[in-house]
Design a protein around this ligand. Structure first.
Ligand SMILES: [Zn+2]
Length: 684
């Protein structure tokens, strides 16, 4: 592994932080923490930590010996001094004399000893850092080290590879007991450069940031070299179909099958993140992949991301997707049954009351294709995929030099259901639309953009579709939550199909469609030229039909219902003079909405429409408002508020109505009016 220490980079950071009053040691602690955290083969999503022993002054000017240790919730790759909260050393050291210390008490003690009570929780490995005497302590879950410690004879192997310069600590769950055991092993031989933690990772330590980092890279490189020198090709591939299906083609089936059933036709949906590479393919195609997946994970804290390991699916064949969808459901049922059995068996082993987590996989290996990470958000799905890639790396190494023999599932259970780990996830409460994918057409217009923004704020990932790709992307950026913008002319069925394909490839499918794109043409109906009326029908009716058809195609593959929402407009029920070209197709679209409600209610698809009027938008521009209000002798305010409530109706009000319809689980074939009150246009 390349040593990335760079004197001038380090000094530059020291100088920059000095201007902000950060001491040299802490600045260098930040520097090497970032070097370690930037390398996924060392540290991944919270799996690893660093510390510094130094002094600091509190608000009263008193000086304290402290341990600055990684705080939970901080990513080492981008850490700042605030991510290394200072904990009073005397309390931490005093804890070593205790016989036992429960996890909650340990956390409480650490929090009570913070210099700044507003700091994040110090790492659960804080005591281990404190009990080692060196100024700088580094800890990673290096995949190369894991290849060595995830072996039956890991202790002998580590002695052989590292000699006497590394201590060896048998597996103990992180916390007080591990800290004490590791400190005792260190004290028995203080000449060591670091400690290898069986089935878990590595610590190195020194008096300077550079030396501790150098030792980490040195020992990780020794492990890498051992694997490279002694490794044989570990996997025999299975036979694959001549014509495999594409990853995106299976995603809706997979996504639907792993949606967490919440009863009454409700689901906790997840999105998917796909990865592939020659290394991933060697692994997923291995004849042993299914059996390896049942052995466990390479380092125990991965269990909070991917449970006991991945689900493995056979290779999908092109053109046989519906059949493959059934295979996925069988495999998901098997995975869930195995997980339930794992929970029940291990839960019965003591008197602690626990609630079983959902039984769905977070990592799926598909032979012939690669791996999918799953999560209630794109961020979680990407974390699961990152973790999957490092699992592949570590297990491949372990199988190359011997046989992957990770922590037993009974010990893994203790960690997965550990209150401190569960607390980390509990702060991540899903929002009403978490895990759902919403596609909004006309998404860069006033109503579309307001809807995209509101849905994203409620947890949905939005695919903003607009004729103007740049504007679609800008609206997606405005909406946030990893939403994407796609350029498409919705009157072109191929472009609509391509937009849905994009949603499927990026997120795995679609759950909610807001068919909103539209435009108005004026003219007395008897004198209207045929081409204008047909053009309006293309956009204001047929485009809605092609959007809805594509949505239903994916809804059926997912098997988790779905929501169709149409922008119907007041014209659909209350024609305005000279607006026939607009009102006629909108009236047809209102009935289209009802037809979908009727034909697909039995598979859980709800279809509703919003009937809005007089919204400041591309259809009713500021100039139009100015000229119409003037011609009626009204102020702009009175013109826009010309309704029963006397209030201008905004695009955000329409977005709110779409959100209501998306969430109203017992509402279908409905029309919601958003016009401030207009009795002539009220629905009967
Ligand atoms: Zn660790």
């Amino acid at each position: 592994m390349q040593n990335l220490w760079n004197d001038s980079h380090a000094e530059k950071l020291v100088e920059d932080y000095a201007k902000k009053g950060v001491a040299r040691d802490l600045a260098l602690r930040v520097y090497t923490t970032r070097l370690l955290g930037g390398e996924p083969r060392l540290v991944l999503h919270g799996g690893g930590n660093t510390s510094l022993k130094t002094t600091t002054t509190d608000i009263l000017g008193r000086e304290w010996e402290v341990l600055c240790v990684k705080g939970s919730g901080w990513d080492m790759g981008v850490i700042e001094p605030a991510g290394l909260p200072a904990v009073k050393m005397d309390t931490l050291l005093a804890a070593r004399s205790l016989g036992t210390l429960g996890d909650e008490d340990m956390v409480a003690m650490q929090r009570a000893s913070l210099i700044d009570p507003g700091s994040p929780n110090p790492s659960i490995e804080t005591l281990l850092h404190a009990f080692l005497p060196q100024k700088f302590v580094d800890h990673t879950h290096s995949t190369a080290i894991l290849a060595l410690v995830d072996q039956q004879d890991s202790e002998a192997l580590c002695k052989k590879v590292f000699g006497a310069k590394m201590g060896f600590v048998p597996y103990i769950k992180p916390g007080f007991d591990l800290a004490k055991a590791a400190a005792d092993i260190y004290d028995a031989n203080p000449q060591v450069d670091g400690l290898i933690l069986d089935k878990h990772g590595i610590f190195t330590f020194a008096e300077t940031a550079k030396d501790a980092y150098d030792l980490m890279i040195q020992y990780v490189t020794m492990a890498e070299d051992y694997v490279a020198r002694n490794g044989k090709a570990p996997f025999k591939p299975v036979a694959l179909p001549a014509q495999p299906a594409a990853p995106a083609e299976i995603e809706p089936y997979l996504r639907g099958a792993i949606a967490i059933p919440e009863g009454d036709g409700k689901f906790g949906r997840m999105v998917c993140d796909f990865r592939t590479s020659p290394k991933i393919l060697d692994y997923v195609n291995a004849d042993t992949a299914e059996e390896l997946a049942t052995r466990g994970v390479s380092t125990p804290d991965l269990s909070i991301r991917i449970k006991t390991g991945p689900m493995v699916l056979p290779a999908p064949e092109a053109g046989k997707l519906d059949q493959y969808g059934k295979v996925i459901r069988e495999k998901v049922a098997e995975y869930a049954a195995r997980y339930k059995n794992y929970f029940e068996t291990n839960n019965a082993a003591d008197d602690v009351e626990r609630t079983m987590l959902d039984t769905m996989p977070r990592l799926t290996l598909v032979r012939g294709l690669g791996l999918f990470g799953h999560g209630r958000s794109m961020k979680e799905a990407k974390i699961a995929a990152d973790v999957g890639e490092m699992l592949v790396e570590a297990v491949t190494g372990a199988e190359a030099i011997g046989s992957f023999h990770p922590l037993a599932l009974s010990d893994l259970f203790e960690l997965e259901y550990w209150s401190l780990e569960q607390a980390k996830l509990a702060s991540n409460k899903p929002k009403p639309l978490s895990g759902q994918v919403a596609l909004v057409t006309g998404g860069a217009g006033a109503i579309g953009a307001a809807t995209a923004k509101l849905f994203a704020a409620q947890g949905a990932h939005v695919v903003v579709v607009d004729l103007d790709e740049a504007k679609a992307q800008a609206a997606a950026k405005q909406a946030g939550n990893a939403s994407i913008g796609v350029g498409a002319d919705v009157t072109d069925p191929a472009a609509v199909r391509a937009a849905f394909d994009r949603a499927r490839a990026v997120f795995g499918g679609v759950d909610i469609v807001v068919s909103n794109a539209g435009a108005a043409w004026e003219g007395k109906i008897g004198e209207l030229d045929d081409a204008t009326l047909r053009k309006s029908f293309e956009l204001n009716f047929f485009a809605h039909q092609s959007v809805a058809q594509n949505a239903v195609r994916l809804f059926k593959q997912q098997g988790t219902g779905g929501v169709l929402l149409f922008n119907a407009s007041k014209q659909a029920v209350n024609p305005g003079a000279n607006f026939g070209a607009y009102g006629l197709p909108k009236a047809a679209t209102l009935f289209l909405s009802r037809q979908y409600a009727l034909d697909y209610g039995s598979i859980g698809v709800r279809s509703n429409a919003v009937n809005a009027d007089r919204i400041r938008s591309g259809l009713l521009t500021d100039e139009m408002i100015a000229s119409r209000s003037t011609s009626r002798g009204l102020s702009e305010k009175d013109y826009m508020g010309g309704n029963l409530l006397g209030l201008e109706v905004r695009a955000e009000d329409v977005a709110q109505a779409f959100l209501h319809q998306a969430l109203a689980e017992r509402t279908t074939a409905d029309v919601t009016t958003v016009d401030g009150g207009n009795i002539a246009a009220a629905l009967r």
